[in-house]
Ligand binder design. Sequence first.
Ligand code: XMP
Length: 318
Amino acid sequence: DWTPDAFVETTVADLKQKLGDDKVILGLSGGVDSSVAAVLLHKAIGDHLHCIFVDNGLLRKDEFEQVLESYKGMGLNVKGVDAKNKFYEALKGESDPEKKRKIIGRVFVEVFDDESKKVENAKWLGQGTIYPDVIESVSATGGPSATIKSHHNVGGLPDYMKLQVVEPLKLLFKDEVRRVGKSLGIDPAILGRHPFPGPGLGIRILGDITAEKVRILQEADSIFINGLKKAGLYDEVWQAGVMLLPVQSVGVMGDERTYENAVALRAVTSTDGMTADWCHLPYEFLAKVSNDIINKVKGINRVTYDISSKPPATIEWE
Ligand code: XMP
């Protein structure tokens, strides 16, 4: 019978055997999978695991600082890299969703590659790939899910890095990864996190990306997500976020006429992201979030709630 404790024990022993004194590089994303993979590898080889956490400027509000702290608290040997401006520069003026994804993927590879070269004699690349990622990247050869939107979780690194890949979670499903994480003592706040796309807020800002739009969206998103947590709704939702729409509309604030952006709140229930239903969040909750966003976030004067399910809509708007 599969148990997380037994999995940890045999996997750590196997990793020790396989890796010996070799150095491993691993990119942390703040998500469940890369965190669990990192802690497993760290348990096996200690500081021979070199983690890199890149701030692409498209993370949630304060997330880079908070997650970096919590990684350090877990004893991981982690380097945080602030590459915000590189990403903003490369994305300047680009509105096409797939092109934005490609730019974000390419710049990530460049930044990650530069950083990994600083770790001398690294032999391995650690990855938090889980079983559903393997299936999805196989279907990328022709399956509809991959051709509609390009996902970057698997095989995103260039061949010239010449590193062997080590993927300790490759045979696990998400719930098993969470159980392994729990058995490793990882913070429940990390294990219970909603999925978050690799291109981050970059695909939740419809149209072109600027640092100012990111700031506005981060504020609105943080009100929504913290609201869900405070209302005890966070764990009932599979994924949630805010979309910044390229639409301005007229509003009134005091005696002033405003002409500002609209946002859409998105919250869905799902088991795997392939299909999803919009969450029937309480009206009182939505009213409070809407009020808070409009009153506190300068630049937004209208809040809508997305009541589309997948299919035919998708979870993200891009
Ligand atoms: P959609 O919008 O296709 O999203 O219904 C399904 C799930 O995939 C996530 N998603 C992505 N994740 N890179 C990622 O790593 C991407 O380009 C990407 N696009 C969508 C989305 O957040 C949802 O969990």
